[in-house]
Write a protein that binds this ligand. Structure first.
Ligand SMILES: Cc1ncc(COP(=O)(O)O)c(C=O)c1O
Length: 398
């Protein structure tokens, strides 16, 4: 197949209501006067999605009637075949519930499987909407912080054993692969995590939205594939949105092998107003289907480009700013860097990045207290953008 994509292509995203680029959002999130920041924050990509997706959507657009829609059977077969092919996971069609995003789904699951006052376990530094969903719904956070051992992030199982014993902990959210630290959890890590949770009657949400963004030398393991017991005690959130740059289409799936758990969530979704339990969207399902069926080669190429971007970032930043450490990227397109050895306090570091370098990054403290002094780089952009950001940062912080 002739390659019709070019990840080096610079695409103007202004006036497209892009959350990542919109000046009004930059001002709101980073503070007044920040509309000119070069945005390497929100996790979407500055690349066009694969062409078969556009073609599939255009073909449906031309019909000109966009009425209430079921999820087409082709969506389920494309998803099932993709997970079988890429992840050796056999998913049954009736395990799949569609939702308008993994983050909304996490909120629905918290509402459905916990009561106000209950605790939900998370592993900071971790994707900050988890904490927001827990707190906004009147639940409490139980932290099981990750540890850095010999320069690598690890789960702290001794701490988990203690934290999981608290009977108020009803739910745990696993971020796999982990945003922001870039880990692709290994079999034995997932096994330990699962066993400790299940032993303590804790239901597991496995957020695997980044599972297709795996760097060379690593292999993602879908949590429910580890054992029947794990499958029966977990709900797994997946989507094609990160992988193929479709986040604005609000389509995701929650895979739930346990029929009782699935029925409870289905009822909750219906109570929230999702008719027939359909929580996805017409175009989200069409795009996802085309992505899984027709864009595998594009993804394989994307992964090479992303890994080159990562190596560029790591080399340049570590050479340019002595003491900065960029953690190995095993999965996701979000690189995590430790700036603490530069010796700036957090506010000064943020000021230098935003006001002098004029680059918009996700600051580490957003992900939890143990993220303070770290920065997250979204490297899913043309190399030219990354080069510009890295140069400015080195100049500003040197
Ligand atoms: C771990 C994780 N979960 C969920 C999401 C967002 O999911 P959605 O856009 O489907 O709500 C992100 C986006 O960055 C993420 O990193």
């Amino acid at each position: 197949m002739k390659k019709d994509w070019n990840f080096d292509e610079m695409i103007d995203r202004s006036h497209t209501a892009s959350m990542k680029w919109e000046p009004e959002v930059l001002n709101r999130v980073f503070g007044k006067g920040k509309e000119g920041l070069l945005p390497l924050w929100v996790a979407d990509m500055d690349f066009k999605c694969p062409k078969p997706i556009r073609i599939a959507m255009e073909s449906r657009i031309s019909h000109q009637i966009y009425g209430y829609s079921l999820t087409d059977p082709s969506y389920y077969s494309a998803l099932i075949s993709w997970y079988k092919r890429r992840h050796q996971w056999s998913i049954a069609k009736d395990w799949i519930l569609t939702t308008p995003g993994v983050v909304p789904a996490i909120t629905y699951m918290i509402q459905c499987f916990t009561n106000p006052g209950d605790k939900v376990l998370i592993q900071p530094p971790v994707y900050y909407p988890f904490a927001r969903s827990i707190l906004n719904n009147g639940r409490q956070i139980q932290e099981n912080p990750l540890q850095i051992i010999d320069g690598h992030y690890k789960m702290d199982f001794d701490d988990l054993e203690i934290k999981a014993k608290d009977p108020r902990v009803k739910l745990a959210i696993l971020c796999s692969p982990h945003n922001p630290v870039g880990r692709v959890w290994k079999h034995d890590e997932l096994e330990m995590f699962g066993k400790i949770c299940i032993k303590n009657n804790i239901l597991i949400i496995s957020d695997e939205i980044h599972c297709d963004l795996i760097m060379p030398g690593h292999k993602h393991t879908c949590f429910p594939t580890l054992s029947e017991e794990f499958a029966q005690h977990s709900l797994t959130g997946i989507a094609a949105s990160k992988t193929f740059n479709l986040a604005g289409l609000q389509q995701s799936s929650i895979i739930i092998p346990n029929s009782n758990i699935r029925a409870r969530l289905f009822t909750h979704l219906e109570n929230l107003g999702f008719i027939n339990g359909v929580g996805g969207t017409l175009f989200g399902a069409i795009a996802t289907t085309a992505a899984y069926d027709e864009a595998e080669e594009w993804l394989d190429d994307l992964l090479i480009y992303l890994y080159d971007n990562f190596n560029f970032l790591k080399t340049k930043l570590e050479q340019g700013l002595s003491g900065v450490k960029v953690f190995d990227l095993e999965g996701t397109y979000l690189a995590w860097a430790d700036f603490r050895k530069l010796g700036h306090d957090n506010e000064a570091q943020i000021r230098l990045l935003e006001e002098t370098a004029k680059v918009g990054l996700d600051h580490g403290n957003w992900f939890g207290d143990n993220g303070t002094g770290f920065e997250r780089f979204n490297i899913a952009c043309p190399r030219t953008i990354l080069e510009k950001a890295v140069e400015s940062i080195i100049k500003a912080l040197k």
